[in-house]
Design a protein around this ligand. Structure first.
Ligand SMILES: Nc1ncnc2c1ncn2[C@@H]1O[C@H](COP(=O)(O)OP(=O)(O)OP(=O)(O)O)[C@@H](O)[C@H]1O
Ligand SMILES: [Mg+2]
Length: 256
């Protein structure tokens, strides 16, 4: 059965779009029909993250306004053709979309795709609420700091208020050395604080920025963030993949 997931955070800039693009590519590489939906109207980013920015003709608002059929707004990702992108409008605001229209589009997408991954805007305003209504499940993204945790708490409260299932958590931008030194919360501590199950964590990794500059996803890089996202995609599909423990790296002259 098809599933629609919202990737949300509360706080902005914590890695929702990066993780949506990476997870969508990971699923498509397994031949799973996947649609990445950018619901951040006016501030879209998935097109650039997937290197599809020059292929966009129509967007989600055009579909909602009946200016084009859904199939004409979908852009296929050539490197993994099981993946398509439904872009957000480049201009406009969340006011240009209603929860009903978004729900209708997502229901249509679920007939064509096994996984619909919706990259939500930051905050808790209308854009997020629209997305939330059409999603079956939520992936909550947080960074290991008090500001992000507090905003994620507000998101979990909103989900609970609207009767949505408990989200799964991904903690992003984790610096293992800082966790070991006790100067950063561990991913499990963040999960315990939020009282949500931990799907995985992604380390802070310069390769993420390198990929962004090259308009490709981090899944094209051979780096710790990509390895973590591979494990996360396996767990997302229900496979048992243990969470690697934080260990000190051994250097030639001792530990660091
Ligand atoms: N694990 C990581 N290591 C290093 N940089 C990262 C990591 N994850 C994300 N970033 C960087 O953080 C920035 C914000 O990421 P991204 O745009 O995915 O966040 P967002 O939550 O979608 O933001 P917004 O709320 O504005 O939509 C980007 O420059 C991205 O490259
Ligand atoms: Mg984003």
């Amino acid at each position: 059965m098809s599933q629609a997931w919202m990737i949300a955070s509360g706080k902005g800039g914590v890695g929702k779009s990066t993780i949506t693009a990476a997870l969508a590519v990971a699923l498509a590489r397994r031949q799973l029909l996947t649609c990445a939906v950018d619901t951040d109207i006016g501030l879209r980013s998935l097109d650039i993250l997937l290197g599809l920015q020059n292929k966009i003709v129509f967007d989600m608002v055009d579909v909602a306004n009946k200016d084009c059929k859904l199939k004409y707004a979908l852009v296929q990702y050539a490197a993994a053709p099981s993946l398509s992108l439904l872009p957000a409008a480049q201009l406009g605001t969340s006011q240009d979309m209603s929860a009903e229209l978004m729900g209708k589009i997502v229901r249509k997408l679920k007939k064509r795709f096994s996984y619909v991954l919706m990259d939500a805007p930051a905050g808790l305003e209308r854009g997020v609420v629209n997305t939330l209504h059409s999603a079956d499940h939520t992936l909550l993204i947080a960074t290991p700091d008090d500001v992000s945790i507090r905003d994620a708490e507000r998101m979990t409260a909103l989900l609970e208020k609207l009767g949505k299932p408990r989200p799964l958590l991904i903690v992003n931008r984790v610096v293992p050395e800082m966790v070991l030194a006790g100067t950063m919360y561990s991913p499990q501590t963040v999960a315990n604080t939020l009282d949500v199950p931990l799907l995985g964590y992604v380390p802070e990794d310069q390769a993420v920025l390198r990929a962004l500059t090259g308009h490709r996803t981090v899944m094209e890089e051979d780096c710790p963030a990509r390895q973590a996202l591979d494990r996360i995609s396996q767990r997302f599909l229900g496979e048992f993949v243990p969470m690697p423990a934080f260990t000190k790296k051994r250097r030639l002259f001792g530990w660091r």
